[in-house]
Structure formats: C-alpha cells, structure tokens
Design a protein around this ligand. Structure first.
Ligand code: PLP
Length: 390
C-alpha cells in the first residue's frame, strides 16, 4: 500500500515542509535583492538590514527578552552550543550536565575534558528520560561554573523540569545554558521564567526556518566573560583592528547567512501569527495518536513518557526482532514513511531507556503540517512490519 507522496516524520532532525512564506521570502531575496547585511548604504542593503533586525526582534519576543541585541545569529544549534561552551569555560572549571544531552553538548565537553582541564558530571535520568532536579543539585561543587540542560529530549520527547533546574543554578550562582533545540517553537521558552543565562537553538527545527540557521541568547550575566569564538569583519568600526565589544557584533563576524535569516524571519512571522496554544494542542493530539496506536501493537515498545502533556512531538519505539535501522528502511521503501533510527546523537541516555542493546530506537517526530491520515498510515505500517517479525 505505498502512498504516492512521502510522509515526513523526521521533524526533530529538521522540520519539513516549511511554511510557504519561507520559500517565497528566500526566493524573493535571492532573485531581487542579494545584498549583504550591515555592509552597504544602498537600497537593497538597507532593506536586508531591516529584515535581519526584525528577525532578531522576533526571536527576542519569542524568548521574552527585552534587548534583541542579545540574540546572536549562528549557523546551527551545534554552532550556538559551541560558542557558549568554548566561550565560557576556563581551565579548572567544573560543569554539571545530564546523560540526556545531544552530542553537540557532550562532544565539546569531552573535548575540553581531554584538552583543557575541565571536569564534567553527567547526571542520570529515569527510564523515560527525565532528570531529577535534586540529583543536579547534588552534583554541584565549589568549582561548578556551568549547568547545561536539554529542555526536551530529542530521543523520547520528554520535557525536563527546566525551571526548577534553572532555579537551582541561580541559587548556586552558576551560569545556566539551556539547549532549546527541541522546545523552541513547540513550548513557551521564557528566559526569565527558566532562569537561563544562555539559550541555544537551531532555526530549522521548531522555528520552521531553513537549514543553516541558529540562535544563541547571551544574557547580561555572561556577556562580559563569554569570549567570541571567531573574530573578523562586522561591517562596523571598520577603522579598528579590534573585535567590537558591543552586541551582537562581538559574536557575529563574517557575512551573515542572509538567505537563511530572511527565511527564518518569514517563519518567525508565521509562528507569531498562529495561535501557539492551538499548535501545541494539535501536536499533542498527533503524539497521543502515535503513542496509543503503537501501544496497541504486539512486539512494539514505546520509550518515553507516553503522555502528550509531558512530551513534545517525538515518539520513540523498538520492535522485537528488528533492528531500528531495518524498520526505518522498510518504512521508507515499502510505505514512504520517513523516520530516523539509531541513537539520535544522544548516546548516553540509551542505558537508562534500556534501548542500547536494541541499537537505539525508531523515532517518529511530527510537525505542524502532518495530518491524522499520515499518522494512521505510519501506525498501520509499523503494525504490518511488527506482525511479520520472526
Ligand atoms: C537536543 C539537540 N541539541 C542540539 C542539536 C543540534 O542542532 P543542529 O542540528 O542545528 O546542529 C539537536 C539536533 O538534532 C538536538 O536535537
């Protein structure tokens, strides 16, 4: 029963399709404008500058941040996390993080452990991927400089108690870096409510912008100590060979990915115009449908909270008798259902989930344009595959 069109359920990797306004904005910019941002006084350059400024303001509004200049444009979630981690840590510092983190947190930390005298404590999680705040507090010592937490697990979709954990960081005078890769655009992410000093996120997942975009919010508490990871032309203070200290220039050397930011700006406009509560409810309905559907299939185990209120649009499963890679491959070739299989760049949490020996999980991740029919089709496909297992 292969359908004629693809059923894309890999929105946790990157969202697709994007809202039509995103394609239109990029096409218009590429064909009719083409100017760099912050580097010219001619009409098109001024227009681009306005779009970039508007994009920054839209991100600031989303994070409930008063000064948009504290929003830095980067090339991905990974780029944002690297800027925060490498920029902040110094030899002798201790970091508290969790086993739920993505490799874009785990690998920079491992690298700094091996090369720069940084020590790291990785706090465990329960069997659905949730971290206990008291375990975080116990891991803090007198040298702890930074606490890093992924807001939502990209493996199980579990929402972490980020505000409680942020409060712990604040009480101990430790900087708090929130990886909002899987939450921004899905959940309310308020810097103030979550007590975050830094928020890193891609622009191409829940924000619905194009690949090649990311953001880092740099709070006033860290701006003096956070080093720039690269230096160069900013289009400002051109007479000086010193890297500017003002925001956002301090962290934004080199030409911007203007087509990307133009697309992101259009996506942020789309998000601002939609009802966020309705969007969240729709996502929860899709998640509940997936969880209930998979739960009813013999040989299928669902890994995660199995409660749409406690997770975003990610549902992970394993199927007895099958390697996750085989399932993903069959889903694509026989059913046109496109998902991700394996460890999802989060290698440490599979011990707690009990999925390490399975080779990870098969991950279904929904976006705002998925339909109930597509979800039904995916469930049916998994049912047929599970029934054929020997
Ligand atoms: C939790 C988490 N953090 C960071 C990243 C990295 O983002 P990017 O792919 O934009 O580098 C991802 C991407 O999958 C993620 O899921």
């Amino acid at each position: 029963m292969p359908p004629s069109t693809r059923i894309y359920l890999d929105n946790a990797a990157t969202s697709w399709p994007k809202p039509a306004v995103v394609y239109d904005a990029i096409d218009r910019y590429q064909r009719l404008n083409g100017a760099p941002s912050g580097r010219g006084a001619f009409r098109e350059a001024v227009e681009v500058e306005r779009i970039v400024t508007r994009a920054r303001k839209r991100v600031a509004d989303l994070l409930a941040v008063a000064d948009p200049n504290h929003v830095i444009f980067t090339s991905s979630g990974t780029d944002s996390l690297n800027l925060a981690i490498h920029g902040l840590l110094r030899p002798g510092d201790h970091v508290v993080t969790t086993v739920c983190e993505h490799n874009s947190v785990l690998r920079p930390l491992r690298y700094l452990e091996q090369t720069a005298g940084i020590t790291v404590t990785r706090v465990g999680c329960d069997q659905v991927g949730v971290v206990e705040p008291s375990a975080i507090e116990l891991a803090i010592n007198s040298r702890t400089k930074l606490l890093i937490l992924t807001h939502v697990s990209n493996v199980t979709g579990a929402i972490q108690p980020a505000n409680e954990i942020g409060l712990i960081a604040k009480a101990h005078g430790i900087s708090f870096l929130l990886d909002a890769a899987q939450s921004l655009g899905h959940l309310r992410v308020s810097v103030e409510e979550l007590h975050a000093d830094l928020v890193a996120a891609p622009g191409h997942k829940g924000l619905l912008g194009p690949l090649g975009t990311g953001i880092l919010y740099v709070g006033p508490s860290v701006v003096e100590v956070l080093r720039s990871h690269r230096q160069g032309g900013t289009g400002t203070s051109s007479e000086s060979d010193l890297q500017p200290a003002n925001l956002p220039d301090k962290y934004e050397s080199g030409n911007h990915n203007v087509p990307g930011i133009v697309g992101l700006e259009a996506a942020l406009g789309y998000l601002a115009d939609r009802d966020a509560d309705d969007a969240r409810k729709y996502e929860q309905t899709l998640v509940a449908k997936l969880v209930d559907g998979f739960d009813a299939i013999e040989r299928v185990a669902v890994h995660g909270p199995c409660d749409a209120a406690r997770q975003v649009g990610v549902v992970s499963i394993t199927v007895d008798g099958y390697d996750p890679q085989e399932i993903a491959s069959l889903l694509d070739t026989a059913y046109s259902v496109q998902v991700r299989s394996g460890f999802h760049c989060a290698p440490l949490m599979h011990n707690s989930l009990g999925t390490k020996q399975h080779g990870g999980t098969v991950r279904f991740s929904v976006g705002p344009f998925n339909t109930f029919e597509q979800i039904d089709h995916a469930i049916e496909a998994v049912g047929e595959i599970a029934a054929s297992a020997i």
